[in-house]
Design a protein around this ligand. Structure first.
Ligand SMILES: [Zn+2]
Length: 439
């Protein structure tokens, strides 16, 4: 097995200088990482598997950033290959051979019916050292909405037939991938309660769609490059995957990626020590601001038709800030009842005012004239110029009272004249006078 691209390059150089045997020997010696040292006989340029990651499903029950917060604790440029829906001899055997030629260990998620039809395919996976998990009995794409007992039957069927195909059923990993990634809380809870790790992925390559092998290769590399590391989701039952896989692997090597083999923790093999932050795809670093928006709380909506009125405490008021908020007092309810009733004269509009006259059919100009006539004291009329006196006298031809009584009813409801002294009543704008002066 080759530790890394650096190691591989080193070894290639040594191979050139000293021959294949010495090169392989020194290549193993130059591995500086904790990679498991194993060679890939007959394939000096193989990508290999750089290390084995042992995970405890109980500690990290859901993985894969396509759906979950956590993913495998991979380092930059580390990749985990996963294959779903097999085994299907026609293509699965080819995938097995390609992986063997590169000394790559992957994880396979088996469908129960496929294992039932082709138990030998399952045994081949185990014999080749791959990790084998399950993927339901019949691959229904409805596990997000099917009754929980049916979902459990799917889970159990997959496990039953896959382990039945194995010589040693203890080789079955407690890893499960929900068909079509159609997750649901209930299904996940069933799996997790049984110590089974729910595997999503970090990126697919769309190899189940009607796309070309070249497109599968492009998507695999593009999406991996975008995230820098992660779990790649593939299918070992597709011709296009078989066609794309060698190119994907060659490109992974050329770009310096390393393959990680994932196995479940057992009593004999403890989980690889990790820190919680390593299970995030992009852990915050010292240069990354760690401040985040506050998490949106999980509101629980009660089945009520009317919402209760918020209390002061609901407003999250601090004691020091309470004066800013309306004070809650016991007397508040009585305040309205004890307020004095306003007197009628408060709203009285003097008879003959322009407001009253406007409520009739008079024009604004006529109303203004009548109002002025009513308000202007006799002395003022005398002092006014000859022109003004003549205009005022003409306007006063009909008295305000007469106008209100004959041409409208609004004045009837108004208060008597005495309610508002003439001296304090607002004087209407004398439009005619202003016009005269302007000239
Ligand atoms: Zn599937």
């Amino acid at each position: 097995m080759i530790g890394s691209s650096v190691v591989a390059r080193t070894r290639s150089w040594i191979v050139l200088c000293l021959g294949s045997f010495l090169g392989g020997f020194l290549g193993v010696l130059t591995i500086g990482s904790p990679a498991i040292a194993a060679d890939c006989p007959g394939h000096p340029d193989a990508l290999g598997t750089s290390r084995t990651l042992v995970v405890d499903p109980h500690e990290h029950p859901r993985i894969g950033t396509m759906q979950y917060r956590e993913t495998l604790p991979l380092k930059d440029h580390e990749v985990v290959l996963t294959f779903d829906d097999g085994p299907l001899p026609k293509y699965s055997n080819q995938v097995l051979q390609i992986l063997a030629d590169e000394c790559i260990k992957a994880t396979f998620f088996i469908i129960g019916e496929q294992a039932k039809a082709n138990p030998e395919g399952v045994r081949k996976l185990v014999a080749a050292g791959h990790t084998v998990g399950t993927h339901s009995m019949t691959h229904p794409l409805t596990m997000d909405r099917m009754p929980l007992d049916k979902a459990e039957a799917q889970i159990n069927g997959g496990i039953e037939w896959t382990s039945a195909a194995m010589t040693d059923p203890s080789k079955l990993a407690p890893f499960f991938r929900i068909p079509g990634l159609m997750r649901a809380d209930g299904v996940e809870n069933v799996l997790i309660s049984r110590g089974i790790q729910v595997w999503s992925a970090d990126f697919p390559a769309d190899d189940w769609r009607h796309v070309s092998p070249d497109r599968v290769y492009q998507l695999a590399i593009q999406r991996l490059e975008a995230k820098g590391k992660g779990i790649l989701l593939l299918h070992d039952i597709q011709a296009r995957t078989v066609a794309a896989l060698p190119k994907i692997i060659r490109d992974l090597k050329a770009r310096g990626y390393r393959i990680v083999h994932v196995v479940p923790a057992t009593a004999e093999q403890l989980a690889t020590p990790t820190t919680p932050v390593e299970w995030l795809l992009h852990p915050p670093t010292e240069t990354t601001p760690i401040a985040r928006w506050p998490a949106v709380p999980n509101f629980v909506f009660a089945q009520t038709k009317t919402l209760p009125a918020p209390s002061l405490a609901d407003l999250n008021a601090q004691a020091a800030h309470q004066p800013l908020l309306p004070r809650k007092t016991m007397a508040l309810a009585n305040v309205a009842a004890t307020l004095p009733v306003p007197g009628r004269d408060l709203f009285a509009i003097p008879e003959g005012s322009v407001e009253v006259l406007l409520s009739t059919t008079l024009s604004r100009r006529a109303a203004t004239r009548l109002a002025m006539a009513a308000e202007t004291p006799p002395a003022a009329k005398v002092k006014a110029g000859k022109w003004h006196a003549r205009r005022t006298a003409r306007a006063a031809h009909g008295t305000p009272n007469h106008a209100a009584e004959t041409e409208g009813t609004a004045a009837k409801s108004t208060a008597p004249k005495s309610a508002a002294p003439k001296s304090t009543a607002p004087r209407p704008t004398r439009v005619a006078s202003l016009k005269k002066r302007a000239q």
